[in-house]
Every structure is written in structure tokens, then in C-alpha cells.
Design a protein around this ligand. Structure first.
Ligand code: UD1
Ligand code: UDP
Length: 363
């Protein structure tokens, strides 16, 4: 089995970390980094800390408009695939790097496999929703993290090659949690006590690219009853500066650089509450038993809301404030995302399915 794995953005490094090594135990992997995230703290730190194999290729496609960025990734990825001749293109999540991989892979003689298939927020204004839908429809193998994701695919007519695997991010959190408890010094470094701070992240386009939404988020977070620690995504830092909100944000929040995975998981594990618009962080908070206030109108991780661990508050100052100040109790502790062995299942399924897959060459 020869796998071409494509990653490019922070959450994809976390997901690939638990799958790449397992692929290399049983077959060959060509790991391609598109270059979508490139700052040391958005990229290198994950490869170092999580022992992700060094990518065989870095396409060096950095920030740009969506169309140009995706197009350049496609143009750079195709010759790699031509030279390496993999059996399958393995894609993660819903970024522009995912979509570029889906387009290149589906037009060549190889299978396309999508990890985190079938997620839907129902909001087609999100660039990620379009990336998810197109990638699922271009994939031969859809690895769904939950039963709801399997159902979403079926509702769009995708049933062949669909497998419930559980969520690789659960594997990632389980692998990191104890290491973080033992090794991370982030609480002492930041002078924090467990349960006496709120952790926040904000980077979603709809929240950062509209001043009004970013300002409302700042207002809501500023009223939190505990100190708020904010490892800030570079996109958000840029916008806060552009909108002249940087000083105000620094007065209200403890803004720090983006963190490596172990330090971040340590903060998630010990925070009294989390406020985020991240997909991955909502889930990780759920896995670690930390209540989450999600600053979006909808989520693709609906199970976390249904059981009461996650509240959707949108970029609304009053609702954010309420979510952070009201004491609410989760209703139940379901396990909709598997048992922490999604990565093992995915690698096993890749091996099995590739043996039976017909030639898909497009001349
Ligand atoms: C991307 C994904 C999003 C994912 C997020 C994870 C798409 C459409 N969006 O959003 O789904 O949740 O990654 O973090 O693929 N920048 C830097 N340094 C970096 C990376 C980015 O300064 O290393 C800045 C640049 O100004 C860039 C901006 O952040 O224009 C946005 O980066 P980009 O990768 O386009 O989108 P994200 O918001 O990171
Ligand atoms: N993360 C991290 N350091 C940070 C912020 C996030 O390691 O400072 C991790 C987080 O634990 C999760 C992933 O990055 O595994 C989520 O990435 P992000 O929120 O950027 O993207 P999304 O999940 O929304 O696509």
C-alpha cells in the first residue's frame, strides 16, 4: 500500500500525527505539506512535538485568496502524484488543502480517502462546508467519525465506501493528555491555576472578517468572571490590528502566541470553560470534560451540543457573557466519536479496500 497523505493546516497535523506512523508500519507513505500554514508555531511545532514524519514534499503554497491558493496547491500537487504514483490520496478535514487533494486525486489513477467525512454544519457560507461537500463527493472512501456523519452522507446519496471509524482527534487527545499532564509547564509559565481561567480561540472567517462580530466577541469575553487566555491565530491578530481593536483586546484578554499541542491540551484539560469557534477545540473540550461555549450559530459536531457539553452562542456578546457566567450542567456523557482507535481502523480499512478496488485510471 502506497499512500499520499496531504496536510497543510494546524488541525491536519494533529490528525495526521496519529495516522501517519501507523501507515508507515504496514506500507509506504508520501507525506505532502501544502504550506497553507507556515509559521513556526502554526506548523513546525506540531511536527516536532508529535513526532510526525518530516514531509517528503512541502509545496510552499502560502496565504492567498481561496481560488488562487487552492489552484496553486492543485498545480503543485499533481506533479508530485505523477512522480510518486500512490494507490490512494488520504485527506483530512475541510480546508483548502483538503479540496486541492480531492481534485488532484479524483482525476488520476488512484483512490481518494477522506478522514472526517460526512460532517455538515448546514451553512454553505462557510468555505469549509463547500470543501467538505466537494471532498466527500470526490472520495472513494469516506471515513466518518460519527453515525450522524454516516447519515449525512447517505442523505446526499453517498453510501458506497462509507465506513464509521470514530474520530481520529479522540485518538490524538488520548495520546496527548497524559503526556501533557506530565510534561507541560504552561500553567506555571502563565501563572494559572486549574479551573481558574477561561481558554479562548477565535479564527473563523465569519468572526474575524467582520469587525462587528469580532468586537461583539471581545465584549462578551471581556465580561468573563475569570481571566481569559487567548492563544491567538495570526489571522485574528491581523484583524484586531487592522480594526484598531488590538489594545482593547490586550486589556481584556491574556493574548499569547499560538501554542504547541501539548501545552494547548493542558490548558483545555484544566480550563474552567472554553470559548471557541474552532471545530477541533469544541470536540477536544468534550473529550476532556470541559464545558464549551461555541461562538458560532451552528456546528458540525452536533452531538456535543445535544448532550449539553457545548452551547452555541454565535458572535453575540450577551450570549457569550451568559455562557461564561451561568453555571450549567451537561446532561449526559455519550461516546459518539468512538473509543480512541479510529486511526487503527482507518489504516486497516485502507489496506482491505485497496485490495478490492478496481482500476480508476482516467486517461
Ligand atoms: C484555515 C482553514 C480553516 C481551519 C484553519 C485552522 C481554509 C479555507 N480554512 O483557516 O478551515 O479551521 O485553517 O487553523 O482552508 N497566517 C499566518 N501564518 C500562518 C498561517 C496563516 O500569518 O502560518 C495568516 C495569513 O494572514 C492568512 C490568514 O492567517 O491570510 C489565514 O490563513 P488561511 O490558511 O488562509 O486560513 P485559516 O484562517 O488559517
Ligand atoms: N491548537 C493548538 N494550539 C493552539 C490552538 C489550537 O495546538 O494554540 C490545536 C487544537 O488543540 C486542535 C487544533 O489545533 O487540535 C484545532 O485547530 P484550529 O482551531 O486552528 O482549526 P479547526 O479545528 O477549527 O479547523
Amino acid at each position: 500500500m502506497r499512500v499520499c497523505s496531504v496536510v497543510g493546516a494546524r488541525p491536519q497535523f494533529v490528525k495526521a500525527a496519529v495516522v501517519s506512523r501507523k501507515i508507515r508500519d504496514v506500507g509506504e507513505e508520501v507525506l505532502v505539506h501544502t504550506g497553507q500554514h507556515y509559521d513556526e508555531e502554526m506548523s513546525d511545532v506540531f511536527f516536532e512535538e508529535l513526532d510526525i514524519p518530516e514531509p517528503e514534499y512541502n509545496l510552499g503554497v502560502q496565504s492567498d485568496t481561496h481560488g488562487r491558493q487552492t489552484a496553486r496547491m492543485i498545480a503543485e500537487l499533481e506533479p508530485v502524484v505523477e512522480a510518486e504514483d500512490p494507490d490512494v490520496m488520504l485527506l483530512y478535514g475541510d480546508t483548502n488543502s483538503t479540496l486541492a487533494g480531492a481534485i488532484v486525486g479524483s482525476k488520476r489513477d488512484m483512490a481518494v480517502a477522506h478522514v472526517e467525512a460526512g460532517l455538515r454544519s448546514g451553512n454553505r457560507e462557510m468555505p469549509e462546508e463547500i470543501n467538505r461537500i466537494l471532498t466527500d463527493h470526490a472520495s472513494d472512501l469516506c471515513f466518518a467519525p460519527s453515525q450522524a456523519a454516516v447519515d449525512n452522507l447517505a442523505a446526499e446519496g453517498i453510501v458506497d465506501g462509507v465506513h464509521w471509524t470514530g474520530d481520529v482527534m479522540y485518538d490524538a487527545v488520548l495520546a496527548a493528555r497524559d503526556r501533557a499532564r506530565e510534561n507541560s509547564t504552561i500553567l506555571a509559565d502563565l501563572g494559572l491555576e486549574p479551573d481558574e481561567f477561561v481558554l479562548t480561540t477565535v479564527h473563523r472567517a465569519s468572526n474575524t472578517d467582520e469587525r462587528e462580530n469580532l468586537e461583539a466577541i471581545l465584549d462578551g469575553l471581556a465580561d468573563a468572571p475569570l481571566p481569559v487566555v487567548f492563544p491567538a491565530h495570526p489571522r485574528t491578530v491581523n484583524r484586531l490590528q487592522e480594526y484598531d481593536l488590538w489594545e482593547r483586546a490586550n486589556e481584556a484578554l491574556e493574548i499569547i502566541e499560538p501554542l504547541g499541542y501539548l501545552d494547548f491540551v493542558r490548558l483545555l484539560d484544566t480550563a474552567e470553560r472554553v470559548a471557541t469557534d474552532s471545530g477541533g477545540v469544541q470536540k477536544e473540550a468534550f473529550f476532556l470534560g470541559t464545558r464549551c461555549v461555541t461562538m458560532r450559530e451552528e456546528t458540525e459536531w452536533t452531538e456535543t451540543v445535544d448532550c449539553g457539553w457545548n452551547q452555541l452562542v454565535g458572535p453575540n456578546a450577551d450570549l457569550i457573557r451568559e455562557g461564561l457566567t451561568t453555571d450549567w450542567e451537561p446532561e449526559s456523557n455519550p461516546q459518539p466519536y468512538g473509543d480512541g482507535s479510529a486511526s487503527r481502523r482507518i489504516v486497516g480499512l485502507l489496506q482491505e479496500e485497496l485490495e478490492t478496488m478496481p482500476d480508476r485510471r482516467i486517461e
